[in-house]
Design a protein around this ligand. Sequence first.
Ligand code: NAD
Length: 285
Amino acid sequence: MQELGGRVAVVTGAASGIGRAFCQRLAAQGMKIVMADVEGGPLEAAAGALKADGHDVLAVRTDISQADSVSALAERAVDTYGKVHVLCNNAGVFAAGLSWEAPQSDYDWVFGVNVWGVLHGLRSFVPHMLAHGEPSHIVNTASMAAVTTAPFTAPYYMSKAAVFSLSESLYAEMQARSAAIGVSVLCPELVDTAIARGERNRPEHLKRKSGEGDSPERELVEKAIHAATPTGSDPTVLADRAIEAIYENRFYVLAPEGNSWRDACNIRLEDIRLARNPTDALPDP
Ligand SMILES: NC(=O)c1ccc[n+]([C@@H]2O[C@H](COP(=O)([O-])OP(=O)(O)OC[C@H]3O[C@@H](n4cnc5c(N)ncnc54)[C@H](O)[C@@H]3O)[C@@H](O)[C@H]2O)c1
């Protein structure tokens, strides 16, 4: 897309972290922003801050794991602003554990938000973008987890690999249709956000029963992610990286060369190219 000013963006996970940074940076480009999040209080606070700075924003409480909730979001966005040009399928949650011991509820929760949430976004907004035909762009937030290997995090890593693959399908489909819709897959490295406190949004019926899936490995990863996220990149760096990709119509938005996550990705690609066994390439957290 060459021009963002005056156009409309929808951002999920808009109340915190990378999503909130997306809203700030896209608003600074002159866009009208539809902010969607499952957490009502923080969503209103984030929207209020942007309004106070003179931006045109609409906050819509949305649970992206529910198809009806996302189609209601699309309806509100179109009723309010007429058209949507940028969709940031960004909201996501994290769960760790040994792949065979993590309870089904971990997989259901993480896949509900990280995978079905993105798919619901595509189902609700792609037909609308195709119909209005104006230049548009979709950014799906995956993770460097999608292109690296690590133990003890199967629910999250599987979900991000799925978002990565779905984004590649979408890109190829937009090319095949000669659609005016660009696609990017954003793969952040470690970012300083509230992701380690994501359990706050886990629905009651998907909560772990006491002791379920407990393991020293899960405890290790949970402690590590709590300790490491404050050392991560600033969320606005990720938002700016994605916005540059929108302007340049670039699909892969990876951690920059020289970053340890990018190194681990390069090693994994080489593992696959040579069909050799996976290298333990990620630095210790
Ligand atoms: N922080 C990192 O290190 C990192 C690294 C790679 C990828 N990511 C990805 O970035 C994205 C944003 O996460 P973040 O790091 O900013 O975390 P965050 O917890 O700060 O923000 C996530 C937001 O998503 C919202 N959310 C959770 N469940 C939802 C649901 N069902 N419906 C709607 N909103 C929901 C939360 O309320 C929160 O506001 C996620 O997809 C995450 O997987 C994060």
